[in-house]
Design a protein around this ligand. Structure first.
Ligand code: NAD
Ligand code: UGA
Length: 477
């Protein structure tokens, strides 16, 4: 039986960091090293100030405090940590390829390949290599080929042997610790039973055996893409229904409740919002689409492609609707954006609906005051590809051509809303649910609007009293 003592995780990102933190917490007998080429990220993971950790996840800081430098280490010394490991998780980024063959669809595997080459070069003894990143079907073959080729290369001094397993991660951001501690299932795909059992033993420290599923490696890789495709499809489905609700007088929340009570459908992932974001849904569906095309299944490709297309349409639908309600023009108007993260409880903005909607509104000439309790303004600048304006310049419109939109970051809700013609709720942060709109209506410019793209507010009476116009996603009543 293979006994594992030393773990190395390549990639200290949203998956590698929290996953290894939970491994360390649940397996004090294991030594866990998380390595990354990004020095700043590793520095942040080692920061004494827990507020400076590079990933915000409820509960993560406490685990880091407990395990860091006891059995959990963050380092840039990739060579040494790979050499000492009996099992290596590859948890690097796999974004959509930007150019070349398959651009815009297929995952860029250059970071995975680089990791496999590092492992091939530095590993010693028998090493289990685990795909933690989400990968297209058959990537394990690529990793295996690289590892085996390196062993037969004359200049390779390392005398290692390998097993490759697929162990995709199903955590969702914002609830990562909860998902890792109590997963619905753990999926392990591979050929060698001994290696599969060795990895299962790690999970058995806290996950019941019946929740640990063993499959062949290709099923495991495909199951991950399929899970994300199904979840995203549900969001696009309910968002498409929200548009019909608005047109017909129905209320999407009532429709969700009615269909979600059917145990065959289930109630989760039926909240209509501004469109799904996050680093994975779009990327993984496009990957699936590419695979379908590659394997000569254009009808299947088209089916899944529509999920992404609907999502994009839906995001633009919200921007258009805002312009329409504000008399067809938002040029020179101040619009408060409440929430920039792609969902609550995370500082991640990747593919956030807020990016598309804010870009649309700026394009129409609006001045956006953007608030988010966790997102850094530098990140917003990167996402919008527009420099931040100074708030005072906006007030006086100094230096800003009247037809150009602009944005500034506001770290206080009240300040965000002063003089605003509209507030747009794009992330379902709890703090937005507590806003006193009667008070806020006094500082906004009338006629003022609140666009609730997350259906977070249930204060219809308060809006009436405040004299605010209120629009809620999917509410045709
Ligand atoms: P991320 O971008 O946050 O982190 C990846 C890290 O890998 C980066 O810090 C990068 O510097 C590092 N890296 C890249 N190449 C490296 C190399 N050769 N050596 C050392 N470090 C290297 O990405 P993430 O969000 O953690 O996602 C990682 C994978 O997990 C992706 O395939 C993603 O699809 C999948 N996934 C993500 C989530 C999520 O919620 N973010 C959930 C499940 C699965
Ligand atoms: C998603 C999956 O839920 C995870 O299982 C998976 O591991 C992960 O992708 C991944 O592979 O990266 P995540 O993107 O972190 O997790 O967050 P979700 O909770 O799935 O939300 C995704 C997007 O859909 C968010 O923008 C969210 O606001 C939106 N959403 C979700 C809705 O609009 N309505 C819903 O009912 C649910």
């Amino acid at each position: 039986m293979i006994k594992l003592k030393n773990i190395c995780c390549i990639g200290a990102g949203y998956v590698g960091g929290p996953t290894m933190a939970v491994f360390a917490d649940k397996c004090p007998h294991l030594k866990i090293n998380v390595v990354d080429i990004n020095e700043d990220r590793i520095k942040a993971w080692n920061s004494q100030k827990l507020d400076d950790l590079p990933v915000f996840e409820p509960g993560l800081d406490l685990i880091i405090k407990k395990c860091r430098n006891k059995n959990l280490y963050f380092s840039t010394n990739i060579e040494e940590k790979i050499k000492n490991a009996d099992i290596i998780f590859i948890s690097v980024n796999t974004p959509t390829k930007e150019k070349g063959i398959g651009a815009g669809k297929v995952s860029d595997l250059k970071w995975v390949e680089a990791s496999a080459r590092q492992v091939a070069k530095f590993a010693s003894g028998h090493t289990i290599v685990v795909e933690k990143s989400t990968l297209p079907v058959k990537t394990a073959e690529v990793i295996k080929t690289i590892l085996e080729a390196a062993q037969s290369s004359p200049d390779n001094e390392s005398k290692a042997s390998f097993d490759v397993l697929s162990n995709p991660e199903f955590l969702a951001e914002g609830s990562a610790i909860k998902d890792l501690v109590k997963p619905d299932r753990v999926l392990i795909g591979g050929e060698n039973k001994e290696a599969i059992n060795a990895l299962s033993e790690i999970y058995k420290n806290w996950v019941p055996s019946e929740k640990i599923l063993h499959t062949n490696i290709w099923s495991s890789e495909l199951a991950k893409l399929t899970a994300n495709a199904f979840l995203a499809q549900r969001v696009s489905s309910i968002n498409s229904i929200s548009a019909i609700c608005e047109a017909t007088g129905a209320d999407v929340r009532e429709v969700s409740r009615a269909i979600g009570s059917d145990s065959r459908i289930g109630s989760k992932f039926l909240d209509s919002g501004p469109g799904f974001g996050g680093s994975c849904f779009k990327k993984d569906i496009l990957n699936l689409v590419y695979l379908c095309q590659y394997f000569g299944l254009p009808e299947v490709a088209k089916f899944w492609e529509e999920v992404v297309r609907l999502n994009e349409w839906h995001q633009h639908r919200i921007s258009k609707l805002i312009v329409k309600k504000l008399f067809g023009t938002i040029s020179g108007k101040k619009i408060a954006i409440l929430g920039f993260a792609f969902k609550a409880n995370t500082n991640d903005t990747r593919e956030s609906a807020a990016i598309t909607i804010c870009k649309d509104l700026i394009e129409e000439g609006a001045f956006l005051a953007i608030h988010d309790p966790k997102v850094d303004p530098a990140q917003i600048k990167k996402d919008l590809c527009i420099e931040e304006s100074v708030e005072n310049d906006l007030k006086t419109l100094k230096d800003i051509p009247i037809s150009d939109g602009a944005w500034f970051f506001s770290d206080e809700i009240k300040n965000t809303l002063i003089g605003a013609d509209a507030a747009v709720i794009l992330t379902e942060w709890d703090i937005y649910k507590k806003i006193n709109w009667i008070e806020m209506s006094k500082i906004m410019r009338r006629p003022s609007w609140v666009f609730d793209a997350r259906s977070t507010l249930l204060l219809t009476e308060q809006f009436k009293e405040a004299g605010l116009n209120y629009w809620r996603i999917g509410d045709g009543s």
